[in-house]
Design a protein around this ligand. Structure first.
Ligand SMILES: Nc1ncnc2c1ncn2[C@@H]1O[C@H](COP(=O)(O)OP(=O)(O)O)[C@@H](O)[C@H]1O
Ligand SMILES: [Mg+2]
Length: 267
């Protein structure tokens, strides 16, 4: 298994002496290479906490997260480094995730240089151009010198994707990555992610409060409520024959994605 959580729990100590918060309760999930796995649930259901556990950014109170069969807690330095590179995060709030003082070329190039995927100025520049093309920011040269505020929301999200894929990851954990975008832009970014999956073989753990959004792209869906995975299944089961009333309620929420405009665009 590429990425696997087994009985993972996270309990936060209560804020200001309040009761402890069981943010994630006994979560078990699997991600195979090239999977598009969705985790859905309303705000506060524990999705972001589970994302941080999967990324190794937060230690679990109980249970294990393993990458390529090796539990995160048992990794040596080299394995840890490989994990850091292979499992990338694309988080919500692209404005906050991109340093406003840095140009696109630097934002992507410094990550490539840091992880040694390209050496020397020309090689780094070529690499940056290559990934900008891959995320549909073309002509790529025209984006190199732009600052984040000179980009649209959808373009910023594409830069974040480019910065992740420059490391040739095997999984991208995307937490509400398209939630702030308008419907048609959202559809474009989702179509791009699916396209990258087919072209590069990268898998996704796609986290959203908005279940209808993943109808086109998700293969396997986990539904979270109050820290627990209350239902899981293939896309067809979750959308066609959901068992849990909570899943049905999430489905009844107004669809926010128009299927007609799912062409990749660079808006
Ligand atoms: N660092 C923290 N300390 C205490 N409680 C937290 C912390 N992070 C999240 N929580 C609580 O854990 C629960 C799940 O939060 P979160 O994982 O952010 O949910 P979601 O992403 O689904 O909205 C919430 O009740 C939240 O208040
Ligand atoms: Mg969240």
């Amino acid at each position: 298994m590429l990425l696997e959580a087994t009985g993972v729990e996270k309990t936060f100590r209560g804020r200001r002496g309040g009761k402890p918060v069981r943010a994630v309760v006994d979560a078990t999930l699997q991600v195979r290479p090239g999977d598009f796995v969705a985790i859905v649930g309303e705000s506060g259901s524990g999705k972001s906490t589970l994302a941080r556990l999967l990324l190794g950014l937060l230690p679990a109170t109980n249970g294990t997260v393993a990458f390529d069969g090796v539990p995160l807690g048992q990794m040596g330095t080299a394995q840890r480094r490989a994990f850091r590179r292979s499992v990338q995060a694309v988080l919500q709030d692209p404005a906050g995730s991109l340093n406003p003082r840095k140009k696109v070329a630097t934002l992507i190039g410094e990550v490539a240089a840091l992880h040694d995927v390209a050496r020397g100025r020309d090689a780094v520049r070529d690499k940056v151009l290559e990934v900008l093309e891959l995320v549909g920011l073309t002509p790529a040269e025209q984006f190199l010198d732009r600052f984040p505020h000179e980009l649209s929301g959808g373009q910023r999200q594409r830069v974040l994707l480019a910065r992740a894929i420059v490391l040739d990851p095997r999984i991208i954990v995307a937490d509400e990555a398209v939630s702030a975008l308008d419907a048609s832009v959202k559809a474009g970014v989702l179509a791009l992610m699916d396209d990258l999956r087919r072209r590069l073989g990268v898998g996704y753990v796609f986290i959203t409060h908005d279940l209808p959004v993943v109808k086109k792209v998700a293969e396997h869906v986990y539904v979270m409520k109050s820290g627990e995975i209350v239902e899981e299944g293939t896309k067809d089961t979750i959308f066609g024959n959901p068992e849990h009333p909570y899943t049905r309620a999430l489905l009844a929420a107004a669809p926010t994605l128009t299927t007609s405009s799912a062409e990749p665009t660079t808006t």
